[in-house]
Structure formats: structure tokens, C-alpha cells
Design a protein around this ligand. Structure first.
Ligand code: ZN
Length: 174
């Protein structure tokens, strides 16, 4: 790939993030959800409720979110909810690992991941040049991990490492 092509791709990826940041997909409550979690990124003020419906075969049949945050956090949640539909928990975990590695500049294994999903994750992974934004991009994904471990109704907190995490029913206003 030459430099011009690389720049074109970078622009394309930025367009994808801007588009999803402005017009988030699956941005609503999800009455059918049987897993949910609250994610909060105190560094930026991003917060989101993630809703996931998993059927009895373990397939994610629907995913949606609500909340507010910067364009990157919203775009990441929007793209993630699109990617999740039709995947099972281990495929979702594989996506999370790929996303996390891509955003932190670690070797990322694309094997078995849809081309479309790779493109979207590469767009989000542009944040690795801006360490403070990595938390914004990975917030939805950490929240997903928490949601898949928790049934609706449980007190769920997003796993944000050493950072502060909050009970699901106490959302701070930024
Ligand atoms: Zn943010």
C-alpha cells in the first residue's frame, strides 16, 4: 500500500467513526434484553447502558445501547452492537480480544473475523495513537464483557481495570 492509499483508508475510517458517532445505530432500550451492564469512563465522562439478548442456544440475537459520551465512545458502541448480532459468546470474546489488541498496539489475530468487522475495528483502532482515547473506544467492549456475565437485574458494573466503576442504578451526571 502506498502513502496515498494509506491516507485514503484513514479518511474512510474516520468517516465511519463520524457517521456512527453522529447517527448511532441500535441506540434505544431493548425490552427483550436478558443481559445488560452500565459502562462508565470517568476520564472522559462517557457512559452507556448496554443491552444484549442471548437466545437459548447462546447466540446474540440483538444488542442495543443508550447513554452519552464522546463521538468515539458512541461510534464504538454503535459499531459493536452491529457486529454482535448473530455471534455467540466465544465469537464475541474473540472480537473483544481483537479489538483490545488493535487499540493497544498489540499483535492482533484477524483469523476467523469477518472482513467487515475487521474494517470497523481497524477504524476504531486509530485511537491507539491517542492513549487517552483508548478508554473511550474500548468502553462498550468492556461493558459487553460485564453484560455477558450478568443477567438483567443483577448489579452490574463494567470492568474498567483499576478505574472506578459504579453500580448500574447510580449513573453520575457529568
Ligand atoms: Zn470519550
Amino acid at each position: 500500500m502506498n502513502t496515498a492509499e494509506a491516507n485514503d483508508l484513514r479518511d474512510l475510517y474516520q468517516d465511519l467513526i463520524l457517521d456512527h458517532g453522529k447517527r448511532p445505530r441500535n441506540f434505544h432500550a431493548l425490552p427483550s434484553a436478558n443481559h445488560e451492564a452500565l459502562g462508565h469512563n470517568p476520564l472522559c465522562g462517557d457512559r452507556l447502558n448496554l443491552y444484549v439478548t442471548v437466545d437459548d442456544k447462546g447466540t446474540i440475537t440483538d444488542a442495543a445501547f443508550q447513554g452519552s459520551g464522546c463521538a468515539i465512545s458512541v461510534a464504538s458502541a454503535s459499531m459493536m452492537t452491529e457486529m454482535l448480532k448473530g455471534k455467540n459468546a466465544s465469537e464475541a470474546a474473540h472480537l473483544f480480544e481483537y479489538m483490545h489488541a488493535s487499540c493497544t498496539g498489540k499483535p492482533a489475530d484477524e483469523a476467523g473475523i469477518d472482513e467487515d468487522d475487521v474494517a470497523r475495528i481497524k477504524a476504531l483502532a486509530g485511537v491507539r495513537d491517542f492513549p487517552i482515547r483508548v478508554k473511550c473506544a474500548t468502553l462498550a467492549w468492556h461493558t459487553l464483557q460485564a453484560a455477558l456475565k450478568n443477567e438483567t437485574g443483577a448489579v452490574a458494573v463494567a470492568s474498567l481495570g483499576a478505574e472506578q466503576s459504579r453500580p448500574i442504578n447510580k449513573v453520575s451526571t457529568e
